[in-house]
Design a protein around this ligand. Structure first.
Ligand code: ATP
Length: 252
């Protein structure tokens, strides 16, 4: 089997209940190595809850999460991050008064303390890592600016860079283009495509034009279950998927 078709993440028969309500209902699915997968589904479908389970934020009442062949179902969040799953939330988490470089040194956290990350001697490896992240996200020229001076799109790219500082094998992004201009969206499309060449990327998204432009594989959730999966063209003609989305439009 080529590495292209191996699974980095597999969830088996996951159940998550909130006061008896099944937000995730016996869900099984996989995310492949070096592939850009997008999870879509109407509001309340269970997308965020799925990611919460994978990242150790929410404990499932049944089922297993396997990452690179290891069962991580009961692991603590920080251990999962160290194992190679990093998530960028929609809400900003940059330090506005610090420069981009400083934010990235902090995110890399290869230095032992906050003080040494900011003011101490930086190792060659850290310097190379941070320079590489700035370059990859198109932010090299902004390196010495304070994060608060950035545009919305640039802040989002900085956050992606900070998440990449953890050197994840699976990068999870929650609605990465929310609030972006069309131009920023286009840059983000190129960035995510490039990132998925070296690691797996899982994106939660609502914007169908964006999904069409980036997804190598789409997984469609509905009422905590897997409704469909495959290429965008494949799932977008699926009658059940169309019904779920059309039903949502009619209700709106
Ligand atoms: N902490 C919680 N307590 C109770 N119910 C919850 C909790 N978290 C999620 N739910 C419910 O679980 C279901 C799935 O929610 P989830 O946020 O995973 O959906 P989603 O697909 O991410 O939706 P959206 O697109 O609106 O973000 C929803 O009905 C939601 O109300």
């Amino acid at each position: 089997m080529s590495s292209q078709t191996q699974n980095i993440l597999e969830v088996f028969d996951i159940v998550v209940e909130f006061d008896g309500f099944r937000a995730i209902d016996s869900l099984s699915l996989a995310v492949r190595e070096r592939e850009l997968t997008v999870a879509i589904g109407p509001n309340g479908a269970g997308k965020t809850t799925l990611v919460d389970v994978v990242t150790g934020r929410t404990r499932p009442s049944a089922g297993n999460v396997m990452f690179d062949g290891t069962d991580i179902t009961r692991w603590q969040e920080h251990r999962i991050v160290r194992a190679g799953i990093a998530r960028k939330f929609q809400a900003p988490s940059v330090f506005p008064d610090l420069t981009l470089e400083e934010n990235l040194y902090l995110a890399a956290r290869t230095s032992k303390t906050l003080r040494s990350a900011l003011f101490g001697r930086r190792s060659g490896a850290d310097v190379a890592l941070v320079a590489g992240l700035l370059e990859q996200t198109g932010l090299t020229e902004q390196a010495r600016r304070q994060a608060q001076e950035l545009s919305h799109g640039q802040k989002q790219w900085l956050e992606i860079a900070m998440t990449l500082a953890l050197q994840p094998r699976l990068l999870i992004l929650d609605e990465p283009i929310a609030g972006m201009t069309q131009e920023e969206i286009e840059v983000t499309v190129r960035l995510l495509r490039e990132l998925a060449r070296e690691r797996s990327v899982l994106v939660i998204e609502h914007d169908m034009a964006f999904v069409r432009s980036i997804a190598e594989r789409v997984i469609v959730l509905h009422q905590g279950r897997l409704l469909a999966e495959g290429g965008f063209d494949h799932v977008s003609v699926n009658p059940q998927v169309r019904k779920v989305y059309l039903g949502e439009e009619e209700a709106a």
